[in-house]
Design a binder for this molecule. Structure first.
Ligand SMILES: [Mn+2]
Length: 397
């Protein structure tokens, strides 16, 4: 038997095995992560190296969660929302999910252990998968926004793969924090421009009710449509500068326990801040890092959100364009990648129910993939925090 026929028969074997319905664990994706050593197997011509194969986030197993593998449970899912027709300046964030995945390839090069957080999310026992992308039309924003809500909700409304354990401090049994009392998985969405957070928050609301939001961005994104874009039509009024205005009006945001970080945008006038207050957000200016440092910023965030459920939305433009140039509306004077990563690690212990990273537009990146690497590394911190903190509350007896 030559190598070719060996490969063909191996392929046939895999397909036949997969169809009997009992061998899902043996199929490619769920046991796909084999680190730190590259594995050579009979019939394979290359190692399972980080630079080879199909690119998923951090080389996590690919599960077709929205279609034929919707029966496979998970604890944390990455999913792309390739939508960028809500942008005001540079388009291109529809390529964000693909770019972030490319930038994430080396996350598990040495195994994936997070030294400062003392956790390896990839072998923490949680089942973490990449669900691919939500199908999103580029021709109709209203339809696309509904597609994103439906796709996210479909994942979020499932039950998590791993049962909720006991509280690490008290040892007591944990119970879910969701409205329906079920233990739901977490979804990490790869944007896409920031408009996607409106349908994502609608989905989050369906599982958790009004949510505290931690929002890292150089811009407020609570602008009134009359101020941002001028709102020539009902649909144009929903864009990447106004989605929080709408989310707040719909009651999706927990007023007073939400906060922006890294703000440094110019305004139409000081009244934009009054409008932002009304939308329920507190603000941390980017320049505050010079006076209160990362520790002061972490303290402000934790004081604002408390210990309830929280949704985390990260605009890559919160990072300075020196470190992350590939974004829709870059603003100088931002935080370094290191500073944002430190601040995210400072969220350790918070109940982050889901998260996103948005506005990565790879066409404006350097050849060294600065922005997509920054996005992936930022998500590594988020994933580590999630892996350490179960989404439960202590049951009092
Ligand atoms: Mn934004």
């Amino acid at each position: 038997m030559n190598l070719f026929s060996l490969l063909v028969s191996a392929l046939v074997f895999v397909v036949v095995e997969g169809h009997d319905g009992h061998h899902h664990d043996d199929q490619m994706p769920l046991n796909y992560v084999k680190f730190p050593q590259p594995i050579y197997r009979v019939g394979e011509v290359t190692a399972d190296a980080i630079f080879s194969g199909i690119t998923t986030f951090a080389k996590l197993p690919w599960v077709q969660c929205l279609t034929r593998e919707s029966h496979i449970p998970f604890d944390i899912a990455f999913i792309g929302a390739p939508f960028d027709t809500g942008t005001s300046y540079r388009p291109g964030a529809r390529f964000g999910p693909a770019g972030i995945r490319a930038g994430s390839r080396r996350l598990t090069l040495y195994g994936g252990y997070n030294v400062p957080l003392q956790v390896n999310p990839f072998n923490s026992g949680l089942r973490i998968v990449d669900c691919g992308d939500i199908p999103v039309t580029p021709y109709d924003n209203k339809f696309a926004i509904q597609q994103i809500e439906n796709g996210h909700k479909s994942l979020l409304q499932r039950e998590a793969y791993s049962p909720l354990g006991n509280d690490t401090v008290s040892g007591k049994q944990l119970s879910p924090i969701s409205l329906d009392g079920k233990h739901h998985p977490r979804v990490v969405t790869l944007g896409g421009d920031h408009t996607i957070v409106l349908p994502l928050l609608r989905s989050i609301y369906s599982a958790y009710g009004p949510i505290s939001v931690i929002h890292f961005d150089s811009h407020l994104d609570t602008w009134k449509p009359s101020v941002f874009g001028g709102a020539p039509s009902e649909q144009a009024a929903i864009n990447h500068g106004t989605y929080f205005y709408w989310a707040s009006r719909e009651g999706l945001i927990n007023n007073g326990t939400s906060i922006h970080g890294a703000i440094r945008t110019t305004l139409s006038g000081p009244e934009d801040y009054d409008n932002d207050d009304e939308s329920g957000f507190k603000r941390i200016e980017a320049r505050e890092i010079d006076t209160i440092g990362t520790a002061g910023i972490i303290e402000k965030i934790r004081q604002t959100v408390g210990d309830g459920p929280v949704y985390l939305s990260i605009d890559i433009d919160s990072i300075d364009p020196a470190f992350a140039p590939a974004t829709g509306t870059p603003e100088t004077g931002g935080w370094s990648t290191r500073e944002l990563r430190t601040i995210l690690r400072g969220l350790d212990g918070l109940k982050i129910v889901s998260a996103d990273i948005v506005e990565v537009a790879p066409a404006y990146d350097t050849n060294a993939e600065l922005t997509t690497m920054a996005a992936a590394d930022v998500l590594f911190e988020v994933l580590s925090v999630m892996a350490k903190t179960p989404l439960g509350k202590v049951v009092e007896d």
